[in-house]
Design a protein around this ligand. Structure first.
Ligand SMILES: C[S@@+](CC[C@H](N)C(=O)[O-])C[C@H]1O[C@@H](n2cnc3c(N)ncnc32)[C@H](O)[C@@H]1O
Length: 214
């Protein structure tokens, strides 16, 4: 149970999503076997939908892991986007690099090795879509940079914003997660109350927040 919606709802929505094939099946199987957290099925479908609708030419991703969502976004863009993805874990960088090489995507998807905040500080060119999927406890610190790097009509998609329901209900909060929960609430508060932004919070997967400028 995700703590976000009822099991029967999740099961039903997941049952509607066709089984992945080819590279995506391989990547999902690898992630499962090695316990690497990648976008949940319904989140991946939502991301695919957003990218195919928005048709971004420049995408920034926070949190590469094995490269699953980066490859998914590249394909959903109609094989047109150039993607920059940030990752600090050396093993993940190795796996993702191997995957991008294996699928001939090395010149389409660039990994920036390092901590998101440090890499964000060094970036200057604007992006059409930013996918926040790393450092749950730091989204509110990443936000000013993401807004600086977001094109006028760009979109920020932030995953895990309800964090197993803990962000919405104190009854679910585990003591050791309290800091992350407080910071995530702050993130949602800022993007929801800023008059210059429009944000929609979707109780899907682990919770997704989509933000754009008014
Ligand atoms: C949920 S996984 C990303 C999954 C990936 N987006 C996907 O769906 O295929 C989060 C990744 O972010 C990385 N990460 C966490 N905090 C980070 C930080 N502050 N800077 C850079 N990478 C970070 C972790 O090592 C992990 O690989």
């Amino acid at each position: 149970m995700s703590g976000i919606t009822h099991d029967y709802m999740e099961d039903y929505i997941r049952s509607l999503i066709p089984e992945s094939t080819d590279k995506f099946k391989e990547l999902e199987d690898f992630a499962k076997e090695h316990k690497v957290p990648i976008a949940q099925k319904e989140t991946a479908k939502f991301l695919e939908f957003m990218v195919s609708m928005k048709k971004p030419l420049r995408i920034l991703e926070l949190g590469t892991a094995i490269g699953y969502s980066a490859i998914l976004m590249y394909e959903a863009s109609g094989y047109k986007a150039s993607i920059t993805t940030i990752e600090r874990d050396e093993n993940m960088i190795k796996y993702a690099s191997e995957n991008f090489k294996k699928y001939n995507l090395e010149d389409k998807i660039e990994i920036k090795a390092g901590d998101c905040l440090e890499v964000l500080e060094s970036l200057e060119e604007p992006y059409d879509l930013i996918f926040m999927d790393a450092g749950k406890g730091h989204y509110n610190h990443f936000l000013p940079h993401c807004l600086r790097l977001l094109k006028e009509d760009g979109i920020i998609v932030a995953d895990n914003v309800l964090f197993r329901g803990m962000v919405a209900s104190n009854d679910l909060v585990k003591r050791r997660k309290i800091t992350i929960v407080k910071r995530m609430r702050k993130y949602l508060d800022i993007v929801s109350k800023d008059e210059n932004l429009i944000t929609s919070v979707i109780p899907m997967g682990d919770g997704i927040a989509v933000t754009k400028r008014r």
